[in-house]
Design a protein around this ligand. Structure first.
Ligand code: FAD
Length: 453
């Protein structure tokens, strides 16, 4: 019998975040002032959220990405900016659990558990998704490596005390030409690095989107994460975790917007009747709720697949990261039309929260691999996926774990992350058999027809 999750971990966090109206007002003010949500992030630290960014074997909370999903969703439902700022440390630290040695993992765990932000620095001014062309160099030096170049734009580049940094150590364009480093900013010689100014943004306006430039900064050999030349591979494995969890940002944002709009349609009286009594608004709300249920299913199965179907995550993560922001962008568009002028004005109706969540969410489909980048990564696996689909084989135990929502999953085996999935995608490959079993039990008309064969 699988162990059940603690009941509603999100309720305690929600209580800590306080009265929703007061926090909405504060969040709107921070956005207006382009001010970092420091107090909210401190509340999350006090709650112990950073412990969920550290594997249990390094002193963190029990490994459980469904639990983390529930916590992140609670925050994202209130303020996507705060969630994006705080959650970045999960992304920044994740490569250490994958490629770091025990000393690096223990040090990073201590950093994260004390509430220090860790940034994840891949992008450069001239190279975004094209990591192989990255031009920041780490040149071998008698004492270690010398860094030259810049990373930008990077979330928490300035506030972060540490960053995981991709740098070129070999031939440009070569898969083995880059290495990953764990940089402790406090250990760098002053004058060999500088923070780049905060980049003004359309959404998530208060958070620290900035950069870092190096000019001969020296790193010790011990800063190298994994063997030299394995940086790209480690990044690709790490992105499987981070892209999967990005779906939670979309889920929380969509649920926030649905709540705002549903409340409006119930309160707004038009020609003597609440707006919600009309068929069109009801159908919009119903469709958006259904799309959010689909987003939730993708996010939940994705998060649980980190544990149960780890070796398939190269597929799962690309599907989840391209699907969730796309669905939620379309939900936000439909809800904006229904909310009308209050979806656009900044000072009215729930402190202008709708236009903020819509602006904030716009970036989820851009960072950590854009939607086209994820679709392209998925398409590269199509031949193998098509072959695996014809076999109908799937990892039944892993799949059962991935869909057993509410139960404690097995700890994450980071060594099981692979660049492409050898056995395809168990979720998809199990569908024909599932459809048959549902059909045999008298499924609603049309349901079985939706399943690929
Ligand atoms: C708010 C914010 C926070 C960010 N935080 C971080 C961070 O913490 N760390 C970090 O390293 N970076 C961060 N970034 C950078 C972000 O990840 C990059 O924007 C991303 O890498 C894409 O780069 P790009 O848009 O500059 O351009 P490019 O990668 O040059 O892309 C240009 C266009 O080409 C498309 N494209 C690129 N490659 C492909 C492909 N293979 N197939 C199909 N289409 C493709 C893209 O989708 C895009 O439409 C952040 C960006 C923002 C805006």
């Amino acid at each position: 019998m699988p162990e059940q999750l603690a009941t509603r971990p999100e309720a305690a966090l929600d209580a800590i975040l306080g009265d929703p109206d007061r926090s909405a007002r504060r969040v709107a003010q921070l956005d207006d002032d382009e001010e970092f949500p420091a107090r909210l992030c401190a509340l999350l630290d006090d709650f112990g959220l950073p412990a969920h960014y550290v594997p249990a074997r390094w002193g963190g909370a029990p490994d459980d990405h469904e639990h983390l999903l529930r916590l992140w969703r609670t925050v994202a439902r209130r303020d996507l900016s705060t969630m994006t700022a705080h959650g970045k440390t999960y992304l920044g630290a994740a490569p250490v659990w994958i490629a770091g040695d025990p000393e690096q993992a223990a040090a990073t765990a201590a950093t994260v558990l004390s509430g220090n932000p860790v940034a994840w620095a891949l992008s450069e001014p001239d190279h975004g998704a094209d990591l192989l062309s990255g031009s920041l160099t780490a040149t071998a030096d008698p004492g270690g490596y010398r860094l030259d170049g810049a990373k930008w734009p990077v979330n928490n580049a300035t506030r972060g005390t540490h960053l995981t940094l991709l740098a070129r150590t070999g031939v440009t364009g070569s898969a083995r030409g880059h290495s990953l480093f764990l940089v402790d900013k406090a250990a760098l010689t002053p004058g060999t690095w500088r923070a780049l100014p905060k980049a003004p943004t359309h959404g998530i306006r208060g958070i620290d989107i900035s950069g870092i430039a190096f000019d001969g900064a020296l790193l010790p050999k011990a800063a190298l994460l994994g063997p030299e030349g394995t940086g790209i591979e480690t990044v690709l494995r790490t992105l499987q975790l981070t892209r999967t969890m990005c779906a939670v940002l979309s889920l929380g944002a969509g649920e926030h917007a649905l709540r705002l709009t549903a409340r409006f349609t119930a309160q707004r009286v038009i020609q003597g009747h609440p707006l919600i009594d009309r068929p069109h608004p009801r159908s919009v709300l119903g469709r958006c709720a259904a799309l959010l249920a689909a987003t939730e299913a993708a996010a939940l199965v994705g998060a649980r697949s980190i544990h149960g179907l780890t070796a398939e995550l190269s597929v799962t993560s690309t599907v989840v990261k391209s699907l969730a922001p796309t669905l939620v962008d379309s939900v936000l568009g439909e809800l904006a039309e229904l909310l009308g002028v209050r979806s656009y004005l900044t000072g009215v109706y729930e402190h202008g929260a709708f236009q903020k969540v819509r602006r904030d969410h716009q970036v989820v489909s851009v960072f950590d691999g854009s939607t086209p980048v994820n679709r392209s990564a998925l398409a590269q696996q199509f031949p193998r996926l098509a072959r695996a689909f014809t076999t109908g084989s799937h990892d039944a135990d892993g799949l059962a774990e991935a869909v057993s929502v509410g139960t404690r999953p097995r700890p994450v085996d980071h060594t099981a992350l692979t660049l492409s999935s050898r056995h395809g995608c168990s979720v998809v490959q199990s569908l024909p058999a599932l459809a048959e079993s549902i059909a045999a039990r008298g499924a609603p008309t049309g349901l079985v027809g939706q399943v690929p064969r």
